[in-house]
Design a protein around this ligand. Sequence first.
Ligand code: ATP
Length: 514
Amino acid sequence: MAKQDDIFKNVISHAKEYGYIFPSSEIYDGLSAVYDYAQNGVELKRNIREYWWKFMVQMHENIVGIDASIFMHPTTWKASGHVDAFNDPLIDNKDSKKRYRADVLIEDYCEKLHQKAQKEIEKAKKRFGESFDEEQFINTNPRVVEYYSRKKEIMERMAKGLDSGNLADVKALIEELEIADPETGSKNWTEVRQFNLMFGTKLGASADSAMDLYLRPETAQGIFVNFLNVQKTGRMKIPFGIAQTGKAFRNEIVARQFIFRMREFEQMEMQFFVKPGEEMKYYRYWKDNRLKWHLSLGLGEENYRYHDHEKLAHYANAATDIEFNFPFGFKELEGIHSRTDFDLKAHEKFSGKKLQFFDSETNSSYVPYVVETSVGLDRLFLAVFSKSLQEEILEDGSTRTVLKLPAVLAPTKATILPLVKKDGLPELAQEIIEELKWDFNVAYDEKDAVGRRYRRADALGTPFCITVDHQSLEDKTVTIRHRDSMKQDRVAIADLSKIIDQEVAMKNWLKKMI
Ligand code: ATP
C-alpha cells in the first residue's frame, strides 16, 4: 500500500512541477477537489478531447456533436430522476470524524476478495505452466470459488439494500464484514444516510423572481432534450448518436483522490438512439468498441477490465464500467449503459411534448431506446498521465524520469535545441521552429547542457528533441532524439515535419483500432 501511495504522490507532484495541474486558487490554500489545468495540462486535456471527438464524431457518419448549456430548465432534473434519486449513501466514522461512501467501503472490501482470487490464479498459472486451464481452475478451485461467491453475495446484498432504501442493512453489512475506517482502523460508524450530489444556484436578479437552478451533474440530459431538434434538422435516421463534451458538477462526499473524483469535472458522452429491442446489440457493440479505443493509446491491455453492474441505475437495463488500473487500483474510467427509453419518456411526460422518431418505412412513431457511453475527461487524463510516468534505470546505472505519453497526446511534440548559444545555431533553430509551428506545438530550449535539456524534455513528455549543431549549418541536417528509445538519428531538416507527423498524427493512432 505504501508503494502505491508513493507512486500516487509522485504523480501529483510531477503534475504540479511540470505545469500540468495546479490546485485551484492555491494562494488561498486551494479548494477541495477542484483543480486548474496548467500550461501543459490544458494541451494534454485538449488532445485527449480531440482524440475522442475525432473518433466518435468525425469517424462515425451517424454521430453528430452538440454543445448544450450548463444551466438547464429545472424540470429537466425532476424528469431525469436527479432531484429524487441522485444520491450517494454516506457514512461517518464517529472517532475519526471522516466521511465515506458506504458503497465504496463495501466495494473496496470486495476488491480485496477479487485480488485474493487473482493471486491464487497467478500462483496456479506459474505452477501448471502451459497446461493451465484458467477457466476450469476458476470454476473448481475451492478457494477461488469461495472468494468469488462471497464477493457476489456481498455485492447483491448491498445492491438490494440500496435499491429498497434499507440503509440499516447496508450499515449492518459494513459491521458484519468488520470494515474499518481505512485511515484510522476505527469501526465506530454512524447510520448510513442518503446525500443529494447536485449543486443548487439561482437565476435572476431580484430575490422574489429568482428561479432555483442546478449546475448540471451530467451532460447527458442536454442531449436528450435536444434529441428531436437534432434528429429533424440533421435529418438523422435511427440508429444515430449525439456526442457532447463539457463540464459537470457534483458535490461529491469524498474527494481525496486528486482529479479522479472532482466537484467540477468534464465528461465526454455519447447517446446512441436505437430501435426498441435492438439495444442489446448496440450495447455489446459500444462495450467492445470503447475498450478498443482505449487500447489504441497503448497503455497496456492488462490495465483495463470490465465490471458488469449488479446494481443497475433506475434508468438502465444493462451497464458496465471499463475500469482502469489507477495508482490506487482498478476503478471506473468509463460507463456504458443501456438506458432504455427512460429519459425520453420522462421528458415527454414532464414537458408534454412528443420526443419520438417517425419511421417512414413503417409509417409509425416510437420513442427510441438509448445506449450511452460516458467517460470522464479528467479521469482519462489521470489514467494516461499516471501510467506514462516512469522511472527508468539506464545502462550506466543512472536513473531518468520520463513521461511516456502517447505521442499523439503529448502537449509539445518537439523541443528544438541549439548545441551552443552562438555561431548562428540559435538562429537556425528558430528557423526550424518557424516552419514546424504551422503543424505542431514545438518549444525552444537553449539553457543548460544538452543532456540536462534532454532530461527536461523527457520529464515533460515531449516525444522528440531536435538538436542543431555546427554540421547543421553546412549540410542542413540535425539529430532527432526519440524520447522512449533515446535513439538518435541524423536527418535532413526538410524531412522533420514528415518524421514527426508519422508518430503524432491522430489518423495513425486511430488506425490501430482496426
Ligand atoms: P463513480 O461511481 O466513480 O462515482 P459514476 O458511476 O457516478 O462514477 P457516471 O455518472 O457514470 O459516474 O459518470 C460517467 C463518468 O464520468 C465516469 O465514468 C467518470 O469517468 C466520470 N466522473 C463521474 N464523476 C466524476 C467526478 N466526480 N470527477 C471526475 N470524473 C467523474
